[in-house]
Ligand binder design. Structure first.
Ligand code: SAH
Length: 404
């Protein structure tokens, strides 16, 4: 199948944007089913590259290969769809390049969990692979990559085994409390395992946790919180999940860490991680509650904290929900700011790809917070195992702002 896109989309794709939205398609030749490799051309038949087609999604094509370097004469002959085996080889080559991109990033005596493949950010549409020691967990986004994952698995497993990874799993939809992974290659490991992150030990719930088990994009920010917690006694970690920031704060010296999350199960994981780092649970609290309700009650109690961390789930799953999301962030941040003791810090994070850094800072300004004494000290994003494309701001979803 050949997909011809309009000029604006062609220019974005040439700059490296990885998606063709359905409304940008000017014409198609031939028929395609979800997962097929399709040839993408510009309005003047310029060669742009190859992508995986999705019949139903608003993202009609996700690019996996750009061939701008090839001569224009190839327009005619280059329209032939590649053999599925060739597509498979291209995708595996991309995974190999992604793995190579991580070489030298981590000292395995300190960090054993990291992202091996970051989907579009690694130019591999819709495929995320996270490493947890000897186990890798793949997650596909969109049905197109979903049709490929089983075919790619043996080759990917071979690449991973050279790196000491013996099991490759895939995330699947499952009922609450059922295992959310199946094995693509190798043995099914135990439901939970321990990993290292900058020397800190974390239990990861591979079988029933969120995403692929952990939020690896906050790794460096967790280490930073460990530093920030020095000399700060009372810490509030909102949306704490498996307690990553809580453990980091306690290791940094905080003696009263309050972790708040709606998911009760995650508190069990958090508590075991405390113990695995030689921390006693004494003085620390694990609260199963809605964070907004907790904040209201904490304000009534006049609770005060020396460090507050807020890392909610994405409030803006799409562009339409952005206004409401910005209002929710502002409300959340104001409630957090009201609990800060003198000289305290606020770490405010967002993983909404539709909310840019400037917009996010707008939810932390004086009007949003209702006070005029705080400043932005630092701001961070995701670490190098989460690469992004220069012309794909959606990939730079993570924001972590330190105020004080
Ligand atoms: N900070 C964590 C990741 C947080 S993910 C880390 O570093 O690993 C977001 C978390 O927010 C999830 O665990 C989810 O259960 C929780 N959550 C979602 N809505 C919530 C709410 N209204 N109140 C409290 N927790 C909520």
């Amino acid at each position: 199948m050949i997909v011809t896109v309009e000029a604006g989309a062609a220019s974005a794709l040439m700059r490296g944007h990885p998606w063709v939205f359905r409304e940008a398609i000017r014409g198609t030749r031939g028929k395609g089913k979800t997962g097929d490799a399709v040839r993408v051309l510009g309005p003047k038949n310029e060669l742009i590259g190859w992508g995986l087609y999705d019949r139903d999604s608003p993202i009609a094509v996700r690019m996996y290969g750009w061939d701008r370097a090839k001569p224009q004469e190839l327009v005619a002959s280059g329209a032939e769809p590649p053999h599925p085996k060739a597509v498979e080889e291209s995708l595996v080559r991309l995974v190999k390049a992604a793995i190579a991109r991580r070489s030298g990033l981590f000292d395995s005596s300190k960090t054993t969990a990291y992202r091996l493949c970051n989907g579009e950010g690694d130019r591999i549409p819709g495929l995320v692979i996270d490493r947890y020691g000897a186990v890798a967990v793949a997650r596909t986004d969109g049905d197109a990559m979903g049709t490929w994952i089983d075919k790619l698995a043996p080759s990917i497993a071979r690449l991973l085994s050279a790196d000491g990874i013996s099991s490759l799993l895939a995330r699947v939809e499952a009922e609450a409390n059922e295992r959310k992974v199946r094995s693509l290659s190798g043995e099914m490991p135990a439901d939970t395992l321990d990993v290292l992150e900058h020397g800190m030990t974390f239990e990861v719930d591979i079988a029933r946790g969120q995403k692929t088990g952990a939020f690896l994009d906050q790794r460096d920010n967790r280490r930073h919180v460990r530093e920030l917690a020095k000399g700060r006694r009372r810490v509030l970690n909102l949306f704490s999940y498996a307690g990553g920031f809580s453990v980091a704060a306690a290791l940094g010296g905080a003696t009263e860490v309050t972790s708040v999350d709606a998911a009760t199960r995650a508190h069990g994981t958090a508590q075991r991680s405390f113990k695995k780092n030689g921390l006693s649970l004494e003085g620390h609290q694990f609260v199963s509650a809605d964070a907004f309700v907790f904040l209201e009650n904490a304000a009534k109690r006049k609770d005060r904290y020396d460090l507050v961390i807020s890392d909610p789930p994405s409030f803006a799953p799409n562009e339409r929900s952005k206004r409401g999301a910005l209002a929710a962030y502002a409300r959340l941040h104001r409630a957090c700011a009201a609990l800060l003791a003198d000289g305290a810090l606020l770490c405010a994070s967002s993983c909404s790809s539709h909310v840019g850094m400037e917009e996010f800072l707008g939810t932390l300004d004086d009007t949003a917070l209702g006070r005029s004494d705080l400043t932005v000290l630092e701001s961070f994003g995701a670490p190098a195992d989460h690469p992004t494309l220069a012309c794909f701001p959606e990939g730079r979803y993570l924001k972590f702002v330190v105020m004080g």
